[in-house]
Write a protein that binds this ligand. Structure first.
Ligand code: DAH
Length: 344
């Protein structure tokens, strides 16, 4: 037995104290059959000189290892108070999901961006002028009844637009058409994603708050075929050819001619006269559109006859309904997790 042997054991113990469990450490070093005990057995057979030299070293080693053990044991019991068991099962963290209307709105935006449209926005609190008058819907025009409106009190006006009539929650995204045209000359292709509001009773097809995506393409020599190609392309990208659609003539005061696009009713396929989605017609209207009325170009101050354009307004929730086979539009705002969780 040499001094170095004892030192080597101490060094080893200093590493082991961090890696071995306490009981194994005790048995290996300071137990009855441990390494210190082995040294003491050997010690008996040493010469007197060696005993003199190694005796104090061996005693010190014994104390050092004992201290090491006791300290480690103490700190273990102290740590118990703040002990954190990493093997325990954790609480499940709920991960949220996007509303299907948001999913479709984003998808529409990226499809139209690919087709060369620029995204613009407008205010949700509008005034009478942009929501109606500038869209060729004068005050006494019966078409105003098409849009049941949430009005603000008379005395509230938008800053800087006091002369533009009463305030309201926009009933559609179309007012952004005139806001944009007032400030920009063609050619341009823009889309307006946004929230819209109608003061009306809700049912499977109608909500008082929903989303639209407005589109406006104005240039020279634009006609309805341009519109048809763009819309067909967008529909193809979203529905991948899985939905039947049709173009129908329709009426909106800010376009001429006006039209609408319908998609086949997925709920009854025209077989149920009482169908809450199509009332038995077999078709669900998903967007309104048309060639921009010359009156709007006049209001925007464009030279007479120089430009043509088409506009469209997509019902975003309607698109989502047809895409995901959702048969009640009230579900989008229901906050019902059983519904929302399906769109993770
Ligand atoms: N703004 C119309 C609505 O809310 C939809 C619409 C129809 C938008 C024709 C348009 C359009 O841009 O050209 O019912």
């Amino acid at each position: 037995m040499k001094k170095e042997d004892i030192k080597a054991v101490i060094n080893e113990a200093k590493t082991d104290i961090n890696s071995l469990d306490l009981e194994s450490f005790r048995v290996k070093y300071i137990g009855r059959k441990g390494l210190i005990s082995d040294f003491f057995s050997e010690f008996k057979n040493l010469s007197i000189e060696d005993k003199k030299e190694l005796g104090p070293i061996l005693n010190e080693a014994k104390t050092e290892l004992n201290d090491l053990y006791i300290k480690a044991k103490e700190s273990c019991t102290k740590d118990k108070k703040d002990f954190f068991d990493y093997t325990l099962k954790g609480n499940k963290i709920e991960v949220g999901s996007l509303n299907p209307a948001t999913i479709v709105l984003r998808e529409l935006c990226s499809v139209f961006k690919e087709l060369g449209f620029q995204i613009i926005e407008g205010p949700e609190i509008e005034n009478e002028y942009y929501n109606f008058d500038a869209l060729n819907i004068p005050k006494d025009h019966p078409a105003r009844d098409l849009w049941d409106t949430f009005w603000f009190p008379d005395n509230l006006k938008l800053i800087g637009e006091k002369d533009k009539g009463r305030c309201l929650l926009r009933t559609h995204t179309s007012p952004v058409q005139m806001r944009f045209m007032e400030k920009n000359l063609p050619p341009f292709n823009v889309i307006v994603p946004g929230r819209t509001f109608r003061y009306e009773a809700t049912d499977a097809r109608h909500e008082f708050q929903f989303h639209q995506l407005e589109g406006l393409m104005v240039s020279e020599n634009i006609n309805l075929s341009n519109f048809k190609i763009i819309i067909k392309e967008a529909m193809q990208k979203i529905f991948k050819g899985t939905r039947k659609m049709r173009f129908l003539p329709s009426y909106f005061p800010f376009v001429s001619p006006g039209l609408q696009v319908d998609i086949e009713c997925f709920k009854c396929r025209g077989k149920d006269k009482k169908c809450p989605l199509c009332s038995g017609s077999g078709w669900i209207e998903v967007l309104g559109a048309g060639m921009v009325h010359p009156k709007l170009f006049e209001i925007a101050g464009y030279p007479k006859g120089k430009y043509q354009g088409f506009a469209f307004g997509i019902g975003v929730e309607r698109f989502a309904m047809v895409k995901y086979l959702i048969d009640d539009t009230r579900l989008f705002n229901s906050t019902d997790l059983r519904f929302l969780k399906q769109f993770k």
